[in-house]
Design a protein around this ligand. Structure first.
Ligand code: ZN
Length: 134
């Protein structure tokens, strides 16, 4: 089951500058900065009520974030939905013909198992499913 929008991911070119900007916009500092080696990104998280903001900065030209910024510039990169059972959701969505970008869920930032749905299956939006690791 999909529970809520867990966070919105924003691709940024310069994390230092983006952190300064979002700290000003939101009136608070990020509560966590974390590298995700498998994705070649650094992430920075802000709490905004029930939903978080995740800033994403590339660490390598070959990363998905670098390619995204090259093609589309900085901006909203993905929307993440929290789910109660990621494996079950992947099965359910696959049965509906949704293209999922990985065979299995994998470890993402912020203590979560994650997977991504192809934008072509979601009206041009990259969708992340995430489930907290207990
Ligand atoms: Zn995310």
């Amino acid at each position: 089951m999909i529970l809520r929008v867990e966070h919105i991911g924003i691709a940024v070119k310069d994390m230092q500058k983006a952190n300064d900007l979002f700290t000003m916009l939101l009136g608070q500092k990020q509560y966590k900065e974390e590298r995700v080696e498998s994705e070649m990104v650094t992430t920075s998280f802000y709490k905004t009520g029930e939903t978080k903001i995740e800033l994403l900065e590339s660490e390598a030209p070959s990363s998905a974030i670098s390619k995204f910024i090259e093609k589309r510039g900085e901006g909203i990169h993905h929307i993440a939905f929290e789910v109660d059972d990621i494996e079950a959701e992947m099965v359910r969505l696959r049965e509906q013909g949704v293209v999922i970008l990985s065979e299995k869920p994998f470890r993402g930032a912020d203590n979560k198992m994650v997977c991504f749905l192809h934008p072509k299956s979601c009206n041009g939006v990259l969708v992340e499913l995430c489930q907290e690791i207990k």
